[in-house]
Design a protein around this ligand. Structure first.
Ligand code: ADP
Ligand code: ZN
Length: 748
């Protein structure tokens, strides 16, 4: 039957509101439109859904989507409906008459996409129903569930083979974010995709920044992270159920909205917690790994690991829940050897020796990731067999520390010598103890207190020496030999280093912040991280207003906020200030249906914000930056150095000319909060700002100072509440900046 297929590009804009495709999407879509099978391997956030949703819109007939995540189906269908796509789902949460209704609509040809759970395929009535449907394609989401080698095997997925038999000519597209070769082969085999094509994308999550922190000073580091991500969705992963409850309690005591989540909680409590998180009512979830399976929230900005994950695979999956929408998001792992010991303890309880060996190997890879400071991204990707050529990823703590190195020749010589003198038969801990001159029993028994290297690095802590050892491993001067107890030996390169008396620089150490000693860290977490946070210059205040509007609308309609608009759309609006429907339509994520449904409300809100402030519509200047922010290493770099640099320098220059915040904001056509935000970042990077002309009078200043002393510096809200309405947020924020600058002056 000849059909007028709408073109993929048209559907992309009218239904999904995007101007361009993400990598591989276009290829996959034309492949499916040509009626061929395919397997799509893409990381979370890669944009898999569009690969079957869009062809479904172009092809005549109805697409069948098989998905195991019943809890998510409703959200997915709501999101499609909001985009003006006729979609329905059938699963066990529906009543018999609801199912009948959906099937009747499908039979009449009024549904373009139907989501079903795999168990449905075995229901005889459902099979009969399908026989009468003109199927355009079959999409198998979470396709790894068909494989016993995967971590989420679902026997019901075996029903797909028979479905395949029933519809031999309908193209099948399978999608998964699991990359191991074994699972991939299994999917091809089980689904009979031999003649299909495999689309393998990189598993690099370019918009995520990875860092590893020592657990020393955990609370202040955590609070500073949460403060940076104030109000944004955050998951904190813990080792045990008890830990999740304690940590959530402690956070609540500090006035933060946090909830625990673990498999031991009442299912109703769990369901509510999950829902409150998805609906943006609770920003922080403190969870065991049980949390996340049924979560598809696109705007999680921070994933913290309070304790060490069991494997790199788990770590990749858990951190992978951050930033699905492609916007910059952060992943921070807190590491301590005590956590490692905890995991070891559990591994020792395993009964099957093979299982024990496997678990130990996985843990040791995880430990190496945490202890050896090579590019975190490179290590993660290497684990999945993906090589990266780039030397610096520009988005992990190791790469970002480059350029801030200190001379470490002496400690390197000492460390290598200690490894040699102890016979290359010991691990990092013992070597550190020897260097520190420890009185530990075994060390004395071995007579290591008689060695010439004994106690020659007493001014370093054990953790610092371990950190140095990690760096030397990363640079190939030391080699770690796995075994029941890992031992260190000096490589050929290490020996050459000693004989040639070369010099060596290493990044500043993160552990222990004693002043004055070479290599000691003098920068706090906030400062190093400040360089990594890559928000574009959107107006924060307007963004918050639009977020609130989005939530109200979502609540009215009983859908999650991201169904209304994602953060990508809101940030664009808060940067472009579109003040006509025509310009609003150009925002990413605004298709025809959403323009009609929400356009007026949002444009009114934007006008209400922009007009009194004389902020012009900047849509014309934004033309090229639609779509998800492509956070490749280059664009990260560019953002940090180029645009960011310029915009900061400009603010700095205007400030030193004695302009007020509102004058600068006017001059730069940015919001005042944006300007103050830039100033905060510059101060945290140690830049000196001229502030005197911005500060309140001496008496007010003193009151604000007292309030900060009382309430702490982390949050503005308690300080504002304490001071009362006579003080503005702006005054308080500027005073805090002044106090920080004062503080820095003292420590220098
Ligand atoms: P996955 O299923 O692979 O995890 P999704 O299908 O949920 O990924 O898509 C991830 C995010 O990317 C979503 O927020 C989606 O709206 C967005 N997205 C998908 N395709 C595009 C595109 N062509 N342009 C811009 N954003 C897109
Ligand atoms: Zn890196």
């Amino acid at each position: 039957m000849p059909s007028k297929q709408p073109s993929p590009h048209t559907v992309l804009k009218t239904h999904f509101g995007y101007d361009s495709f993400l990598p591989l999407q276009e290829e996959i879509i034309s492949h499916v439109l040509a009626g061929r099978d395919g397997l799509v391997l893409m990381p979370t956030g890669g944009g898999k859904s569009l690969c079957y949703q869009l062809p479904a819109m172009c092809l005549p007939g109805m697409a069948l989507v098989v998905s195991p995540l019943i809890a998510l189906m409703k959200d997915q269908v709501d999101a499609l409906n909001a985009n003006g796509v006729a979609a329905r789902f059938i699963n066990s949460s529906l009543t018999a008459s609801e199912i009948e209704l959906a099937q009747a609509q499908a039979s009449r040809g009024t549904i373009k996409i139907l989501y079903v759970a795999p168990e449905r395929l075995a229901v005889p009535g459902f099979r009969r129903f399908l026989q009468g449907i003109d199927l355009s394609l079959i999409a198998v989401d979470e396709a790894h569930c068909i494989s016993e080698w995967g971590h989420e095997f679902r026997p019901d997925y075996r029903n797909l083979r028979q479905l395949r038999g029933d519809f031999p000519r309908v193209p099948v597209i399978a999608l998964t974010a699991t990359a191991t070769a074994r699972v991939r082969d299994d999917i091809v085999e089980q689904l009979g995709l031999q003649r299909g094509r495999i689309f393998l994308s990189s598993f690099d999550r370019a918009n995520l920044t990875y860092s590893v922190e020592t657990k020393e000073g955990f609370w202040s580091k955590l609070l500073s992270l949460l403060n940076d991500h104030n109000g944004e969705s955050t998951i904190i992963y813990c080792f045990s159920r008890r830990e999740t409850e304690e940590l959530a309690e402690d956070l609540k005591d500090r006035g933060l909205l946090a909830r625990p989540y673990h498999a031991g909680l009442d299912p109703e409590v769990r369901r509510r917690t999950q829902e409150d998180f998805i609906r943006d009512r609770v920003p922080i979830i403190v969870a065991t790994i049980a949390f996340g399976m049924g979560i598809d929230k696109p705007d999680i900005r921070l994933v913290v690991h309070h304790s060490l994950p069991k494997s790199l695979e788990g770590y990749y999956q858990e951190t992978g829940r951050a930033g699905r929408d492609g916007l910059p998001s952060e992943c921070v792992l807190f590491y301590s050897r005590a956590d490692r010991a905890k995991q070891d303890y559990f591994i020792n309880q395993l009964e099957d020796p093979q299982e024990q060996r496997n678990a130990r190997q996985k843990l040791s890879q995880m430990v190496e990731f945490a202890e050896v400071p090579t590019c975190r991204r490179k290590s993660l990707l290497a684990y999945f067999g993906e090589e990266t050529m780039r030397d610096s990823c520009g988005g992990c703590d190791v790469c970002l520390a480059v350029g801030d190195e200190v001379d470490a020749t002496e400690i390197t010589q000492k460390t290598l010598s200690a490894v040699i003198r102890t016979g290359e038969r010991f691990g990092a801990l013992h070597v550190a103890r020897v260097l520190r001159g420890s009185r530990e029993k075994r060390l004395l028994e071995l007579g290591h207190d008689k060695l010439s290297v004994y106690g020659i690095a007493r001014d370093y802590t054990e953790d610092q020496i371990r950190e140095v050892i990690g760096h030397l491993q990363a640079r190939g001067l030391l080699v770690r030999n796995e075994g029941e107890f890992a031992t260190l030996s000096v490589s050929q390169r290490g020996k050459e280093f000693l004989t040639r008396r070369e010099g060596l620089s290493l990044p500043r150490l993160k552990t222990g912040a004693d002043e004055g000693r070479p290599g000691a860290s003098t920068r706090g977490i906030g400062e190093r991280r400040a360089a990594t946070v890559t928000a574009d210059d959107y107006d924060q205040e307007l963004f918050e207003e639009l977020r609130a509007l989005r939530r109200d609308l979502a609540d009215q309609q009983g859908v999650p906020p991201f169904v209304v608009f994602g953060d990508v759309s809101l940030r664009y609006m808060a940067a472009a200030f579109p003040q006509s429907l025509e310009n609003f339509a150009r925002a990413p994520g605004v298709g025809k249906a959403k323009l009609e449904q929400y356009g007026e409300r949002f444009v009114a809100a934007i006008r209400g914000y922009a007009e009194p402030k004389n902020i012009a519509d900047r849509t014309a200047e934004m033309a090229s930056s639609t779509g998800a922010v492509a956070a490749s290493a280059e664009s990260r770099q560019e953002r940090r150095e180029g645009r960011r640099g310029d915009t900061y320098e400009l603010t700095l220059a205007l400030l030193s000319q004695g302009l007020s915040i509102s004058q600068i904001a006017g001059e730069r056509k940015l919001a005042e909060t944006t300007i103050i935000g830039q100033m905060e970042r510059m101060v945290s990077q140690g830049r000196e700002l001229r502030l005197e002309h911005l500060l309140p009078e001496a008496e007010c200043l003193q009151s604000i100072r007292d309030a900060f002393d009382l309430c702490g510096y982390e949050y503005l809200k308690p300080v504002r509440e304490y001071l009362g309405p006579d003080f503005s947020y702006e005054e308080i924020r500027l005073t805090r900046l002044h106090l920080r600058q004062e503080e820095q002056g003292k420590t220098e």
